[in-house]
Design a binder for this molecule. Sequence first.
Ligand code: SF4
Length: 450
Amino acid sequence: MNALKFYIQTFGCQMNENDSRLLHNLLLSSGYQAADDIEEADIIIVNTCCVRHTAENRALGFIGSLKHIKETKPETVIVVCGCMTQQNGEAEWLMKRARHVSVIIGTFAASRLPQYIAAYRANGKPVIDVAENYDNENLSNLPALAGGPDLHYGFKAQVNIIYGCNNFCSYCIVPYVRGRERSRSPQEIEEELRFLCSRGVKEVQLLGQNVNSYGKDLAEKTDFAALLRRLNGVDSLRRLRFMTSHPRDFGDDLIETIAGLDKVCHQFHLPVQSGSDRILRLMNRGYDSGYYLDLLAKIRRVFPDAVITSDLLLGFPGETEEDFQQTLDFIKEARFDAAYTFIYSRRSGTPAAEMPQQIEDGVKKERLQRLMDVQNPISLRLNQKAVGEKQEVLVEGRSKNNPAYLSGRNYGNKIIVFPAASDATVQAGDMAWVQVTGAQTWNLSGELCR
Ligand code: SF4
């Protein structure tokens, strides 16, 4: 009998992308096959996100669109998982509203996906498991090792080191749907990383909602700096990155540790969210703009080549024009290589959702545009400063826009596009030196060094 085929549709952040990769491997190791497209799938998995209203709406729209597949192929198993399902009452609401859904599992039950698919196929009864059950841990115990010897891992990989978050920023739903912090053991992380490197992976990005909190919940005394030291020792690894770091927890010891490690990229993603101290307090971020700017200065002193990016949240309840102006002034001073800008969206169950003075959508969008008008020229100028430099690039493959070009990433994770060598001596997965010859707002261009 042919193996059943599955298709995964992912919404949301890199954590979700990585969870989908782990689910993919879990299903392969359970005897299923990956489908090339949704039409040929026997099992459709929707990995949802609820961090922003738009992501949730897109996931709901996609789930709705699956109804016709279930009608034409009733044996199709439709699974909904991820953050959205873990919200209070959401699973029951969804099961009533979308009767074509077969299985709903929360963020704590993802490792049970194969058994729930089998149960549904055996008796046709919908399954819901959204219990916040820390004993039945989720994907953290499903490292990339699953999936069998033929799985292709590519040249870059992401490895979760910590799940959940204890910070309770007032706008954020993550602690409610991903639970409290749980760190994976250093041994398990190292084992996964070594395995990935043995399969050709050269660059690993460590993932967590707050990687700086790593280890606080473990019985053995360890922390994020110790983990970086340990992983830096993996011979075949070329580059190590991490995200996301909470600025409040980015201590001097961590900066000193990174300075002594040759594989850790000097790339720092430090979400600031606002340049207004009043708004930062309301957000419960645990630092003010002065602290943050001091941290940037420290990082830039130690790493003159640092690439620093940030997240900014616009239209938080009560954000006045004056608060917003402070944010504009702040980003001029901070000079981020890139800032990822988000419009605040009300997340039910969070303190900010109940705050007065919710900001109108039109005002939020206008502020977003004004912020990008300030940030984009800064990004461009910083990229222009790189022109003339020789940078080491991990080649990712042919450029999507022009197949005569290769595309790769430098140590700061910036994209560099350059003409492919006519003799094809440089290929995807190679480390290559590229002379930067041009700069745009979001990427660089260059020539291979010979
Ligand atoms: S640090 Fe704040 S914004 Fe980030 S996941 Fe935790 S609660 Fe959410």
